[in-house]
Design a protein around this ligand. Structure first.
Ligand SMILES: C[S@@+](CC[C@H](N)C(=O)[O-])C[C@H]1O[C@@H](n2cnc3c(N)ncnc32)[C@H](O)[C@@H]1O
Length: 360
């Protein structure tokens, strides 16, 4: 397959196109799948109403083809809601092996309350699988520290090592060794023992060394319980990704709809777009610039648009004619410097090229 442009948009059934990619030895670092959830909604652009077993067979077949396209450090991320999540998880465990299951992300896809329902459903899931968990662990990126996280580091005692935040100096006693139970001598002369069922996190000799280096905080007046200082200057890398993705971090479906409406009025009727911020977080964790990102259910083209802005190569597959009316139009707009979604965050200025083909 000739990959002479940054992106390839391909109209066709993903099963056939994925086989074609495999025949051409294409390898991808990250695949994002957002299939119809099969919850029998009436949608403008695609059917969402199959027999559950037929639906599961289709997605499983797609996941198998995608698995074989992944690099050794590659990963599959698949969006799903409550209806089919547990059935899909069992199938995907079969495809990737349970040892390669990475995590389930909970995404707050809606912030308003749905009052007509028995329960207002405010979250969806993203299941994450690695081709090989050990390789993925080495390859995956951490998250850039947020201003909120940085703001947690303060320096109330003018510590020369700079701003710090404190963590508990005790831990659950379950796995402790005898050397973690002792009377801790505080600078003001008090002797403290860990609370019942807990132990000190540091052994006595390490605790003494930490106290003499000023790494233990005993409160403003020195009479409080000890806490361990964690210095900003010693924090390694970025933030370990967590599994709860709130709307204020990665936006909602409603935000995504507003965004694509701002790109073109014609896209307004696409009911199920994902926010660019959600996809950007996935791509940022799973890939590096220049890597190939694959989306086999492209929909309105969100994954392609974000990959383009983040300087990744990408392949987007979509069966419906909206690939021409939505995805191609959206990517043209991105190339011209469109400023919605993650454009400001990524300092997007426009540029680059993509190809659009139809798979015979
Ligand atoms: C939920 S939407 C994806 C939305 C997308 N993530 C976005 O942000 O716009 C699912 C898409 O998968 C497409 N689709 C369904 N079956 C497909 C197949 N076999 N091959 C390719 N695309 C398919 C549908 O036409 C629909 O556009």
């Amino acid at each position: 397959m000739i990959f002479d442009k940054q992106g390839q948009l391909i109209q066709g059934d993903n099963n056939a196109v994925l086989r074609h990619l495999a025949e051409n030895d294409v390898k991808v670092a990250c695949a994002y799948l957002d299939p119809p959830y099969n919850n029998h909604d009436r949608l403008h652009h695609y059917r969402d109403s199959l027999d559950d077993d037929v639906w599961l067979d289709e997605i499983t077949a797609c996941a198998e083809l995608v698995r074989d396209l992944l690099e050794d450090h590659g990963s599959l991320w698949i969006s799903i809601d409550d209806g089919m999540m547990h059935y899909l998880k069992v199938r995907l465990d079969g495809v990737f092996g349970r040892q390669n299951f990475v995590t389930t992300i909970v995404w707050e896809h809606r912030t308003s309350r749905e009052n007509r329902a028995v329960f207002s459903n405010n979250h969806e899931y993203v299941l994450v699988y690695a081709r090989d968990l050990k390789q993925f662990k080495k390859y995956r990126n951490t998250l850039t520290p947020t201003p909120e996280w940085l703001a947690r580091f303060k320096n109330p005692d003018c510590d020369p090592k700079g701003p710090w935040q404190s963590v508990s100096a005790t831990a659950q006693g379950g796995h402790a060794t005898q050397s973690q139970y002792y009377g801790l001598e505080c600078p003001d002369g008090r002797i403290l023992h860990p609370p019942k069922g807990r132990c000190w996190t540091l052994t006595e000799s390490r605790m003494k060394a930490a106290i003499s280096e000023g790494r233990i905080y005993f409160g403003k007046n020195g009479g409080g319980v000890p806490r361990i200082k964690k210095y900003l200057s010693e924090a390694k890398g970025g933030l370990t990704p967590h599994t709860l993705w709130k709307a204020d971090e990665v936006r909602t479906t409603a935000d995504a709809k507003k965004h694509i409406l701002s790109v073109s009025q014609d896209m307004a009727v696409f009911e199920t777009p994902k926010p660019e911020e959600l996809i950007a977080r996935i791509i940022n964790i799973a890939t590096k610039p220049g890597d190939i990102v694959l989306d086999a259910y492209l929909g309105s083209g969100t994954t392609a648009a974000v990959a383009h802005k983040l300087d990744r190569r990408y392949i987007g597959i979509e069966i419906g004619d909206h690939i021409a009316t939505h995805c191609v139009e959206r990517l043209r707009s991105v190339c011209s410097g469109e400023q919605g979604g993650v454009s400001k965050l990524t300092n997007w200025r426009g540029g680059g090229e993509f190809a659009f083909t139809r798979h015979a």
